[in-house]
Design a protein around this ligand. Structure first.
Ligand code: PPE
Length: 308
């Protein structure tokens, strides 16, 4: 998806003009893929633009860095402030997507990352619906990928590491080339894990089920956690259980969750319609509540908003 440029990008504590926010070709992370990042959204609210679950994202970012043994020269509070600043200076009052990234910089080559400089940047730009407006309204067509999700002992799936997304991109390309919207990846043991950049839920008899990080090597989604809270508040049961592919084919409803994607109904999996192929009633209620919560319209979720 093309990027809409803004004025500034925060780099190592300074506001740098968008076109000057560049790095050297021998930047370590570019060669070996060891970087960590986050995707965060800010939404317009009645009280001004607010960043959704900002602190939770920054904590996950620093946890990812900890897993990779990156010594980050900024703490949670400083990075939270950097995110607020980047929305403010770019006057992104209608909302935006934020992309903090921690990467290993220029000056060292070779596979030992420990001597490398650790650099941090935060960009923000307006970003529309990730899987298209039609997907949000009518659902997306999914294909189970022939690419397995990472084994957590080969790649630490709890970390949102830049190089780990080769796996996601391979699955995404396979799905798109085959005429689908998005891929579902299975864990090495064949259980359902997640999508290329989203977690997923199924609903059966009004009960939600989603795979857990510990049994499927998924990323622990912040949107997944938000939806869990919303669904419980709507009186629905939520469990973290292993799923196999036919659970997806036979579910009453299914949807995926992610910061970029938000809440998107699943229309079909491997050409089997989920339910009647239309967004189901529980999915619609959850999706509506999610869109209201992020926009500050539901007081019970307002503590998740970080007003800029
Ligand atoms: N799994 C993966 C693999 C993943 O990348 C994401 C976020 C999720 C689950 C959902 O996590 P959360 O955003 O906390 O609910 N994917 C980010 C990157 C998307 C991109 O194209 O880049 C995102 O949604 O921002």
């Amino acid at each position: 998806m093309p990027i809409t440029t803004t004025k500034y990008i925060w780099m190592d504590g300074k506001m740098v003009e968008w076109e000057n926010a560049t790095t050297h070709i021998l930047t370590h992370s570019l060669h070996y893929g060891m970087g960590v990042f986050e995707g965060i959204r800010a939404y317009p609210t009645a009280d001004g633009v607010a960043i959704f679950r900002l602190r939770d994202h920054i904590v996950r970012l620093l946890n990812s860095a900890k897993i990779f043994m990156m010594d980050v020269p900024f703490d949670v509070d400083e990075l939270v402030e950097a995110c607020r600043d980047i929305v403010r200076v770019n006057e992104l009052d209608d909302g935006c997507y934020l992309r903090p990234i921690i990467y290993l910089g220029y000056g060292e080559m070779g596979l030992n990352p420990l001597p490398c400089s650790v650099n941090v940047a935060v960009a923000a730009w307006p970003w529309g619906t990730y899987l298209g407006d039609d997907g949000v309204n009518n659902g997306v067509r999914m294909k189970i990928s022939s690419w397995r999700r990472h084994d957590p002992n080969a790649m630490p799936t709890a970390a949102k590491g830049t190089g780990m997304y080769i796996n996601s991109s391979l699955a995404k390309v396979e799905a798109i080339k085959a005429g689908y919207d998005e891929a579902i990846m299975l864990a090495p043991d064949g259980k359902v894990a997640e999508c290329t950049g989203e977690n997923l839920f199924i609903i059966e008899d009004g009960k939600l089920t989603t795979p857990h990080v510990a049994h499927a090597g998924t990323l622990e989604g912040i949107t997944q956690n938000t939806v869990e809270a919303i669904a419980r508040d709507l009186g629905l049961e939520v469990t973290y259980e292993p799923l196999i592919r036919t659970d997806l084919y036979l579910a009453d409803e299914a949807f995926l969750t992610g910061t970029a994607a938000e809440v998107v109904p699943i229309q079909s999996v491997d050409d089997r319609l989920v339910g009647d192929g239309k967004p189901g009633p529980h999915t619609k209620r959850i999706q509506e509540a999610y869109f209201s919560a992020v926009r500050g319209e539901l007081p019970q979720y307002r503590a998740w908003l970080d007003y800029v």
